[in-house]
Design a protein around this ligand. Structure first.
Ligand code: NAP
Length: 295
């Protein structure tokens, strides 16, 4: 590490806390914002701040300075109205604050759900972003807001388009499989793009340290896998049967569920030298499967 930095993580949840742990163990001073006060007894890797980024009153009380700011709040699975409030309006407030309190780097976690492709093609950062959902469209608008601020050289913003996050306690399809609730959708031919929580944290650090302002970087692991191959691998690992096909016309329509694409991370790797600790789901789920076997 070249020097110790003061870092503000807005939305210190699943990813934010992992990033805080990583940065504080490297000697940085980390502040983490959440809506709710953390458990006072918790051993936190950051100094906790409590507030709501969508409220102007919060920003008038926030004092810096910070070298790096990361916005990784989530809408907590909300609908279009929550997306607009948390992502678009939240970043609007943040930009106003950042113009008055300059930082060296600002990173925001967008989503690969901005890619609406349904043909199984590889998508890099130059691929069209025409999501078929209102929530995806809101993320595209949020990206445009931040990229325009970066173009005007007002804020050194870089954006990470993050794939489906899994890790300790998380992994939607994995848990559905274990509960016997997984179903093969459309013969399981759709590609899944996943990334381990700790690799999102290291990608954020790489983007802050070595990424460029005004750039977008995909963040996913190195092997998109079809739903069928992933479930077959879980079946082989656990000795359980491959889940049955879904009844036609059933199955939840998830935010990224209607797309079919493979997310390329070549740009993030080339420009920031990011290398995932869990290059594929096999390494990423090894620990959870080992725990399952020994239970
Ligand atoms: N989950 C995925 O698969 C996925 C995929 C692509 C991109 N992403 C993006 O990755 C980022 C990290 O996701 P995550 O899973 O770590 O989210 P998370 O666990 O839900 O954590 C979000 C954090 O944001 C805080 N927060 C929410 N609304 C807030 C507000 N109005 N003001 C202040 N803090 C607020 C929450 O506070 P409390 O703890 O007090 O509730 C929580 O600490 C998000 O930007 C998400 O959109 C996620």
């Amino acid at each position: 590490m070249d020097r110790s930095r003061r870092v503000l993580i807005i939305g210190c949840g699943y990813v934010g806390e992992a990033l805080a742990r990583r940065l504080s163990s490297s000697g940085h001073t980390v502040f983490g914002l959440r809506r709710s006060a953390p458990d006072a007894r918790a051993d936190l890797p950051y100094a906790p701040l409590v507030g709501d980024l969508t409220q102007p009153g919060f920003w008038s009380q926030l004092s810096g300075p910070f070298d790096w700011v990361v916005n990784c709040v989530s809408s907590s699975r909300g609908g279009p109205a929550e997306y607009r409030q948390v992502y678009l309006e939240g970043n609007r407030h943040l930009l106003i604050w950042l113009r008055r309190h300059p930082v060296d780097a600002f990173a925001y976690t967008s989503s690969t759900s901005v890619y609406g492709q349904t043909d199984g093609s590889w998508v890099d950062e130059t691929a069209p972003t025409q999501p078929g959902t209102e929530t995806g469209q809101c993320l595209v608008e949020t990206e445009q807001l931040l990229l325009s601020a970066a173009r005007e050289q007002e804020v050194p913003a870089r954006i990470l388009r993050v794939a489906g996050i899994y890790g300790p306690g998380r992994g939607h399809l994995f848990h559905q499989f274990l509960n016997g609730e997984a179903r093969l959708q459309d013969q399981g031919q759709r590609f899944l793009n996943m990334i381990h929580r700790d690799d999102v944290a290291s990608a954020l650090e790489a983007a802050l340290e070595r990424g460029r302002s005004g750039e977008v970087y995909n963040a996913s692991d190195l092997e998109p896998v079809t739903q069928r191959d992933f479930l077959q691998w879980l079946a082989d690992q656990t000795g359980r049967p491959l889940p049955p096909p879904a009844e036609p016309g059933t199955g939840p329509v998830r935010k990224r569920g209607v797309t079919h694409k493979r997310v390329s991370v070549a740009k993030l790797r080339q420009e920031t030298h990011w290398s995932p600790r869990f290059p594929t789901f096999r390494e990423g789920y090894a620990e959870a499967l080992a725990a399952l076997r020994s239970s």
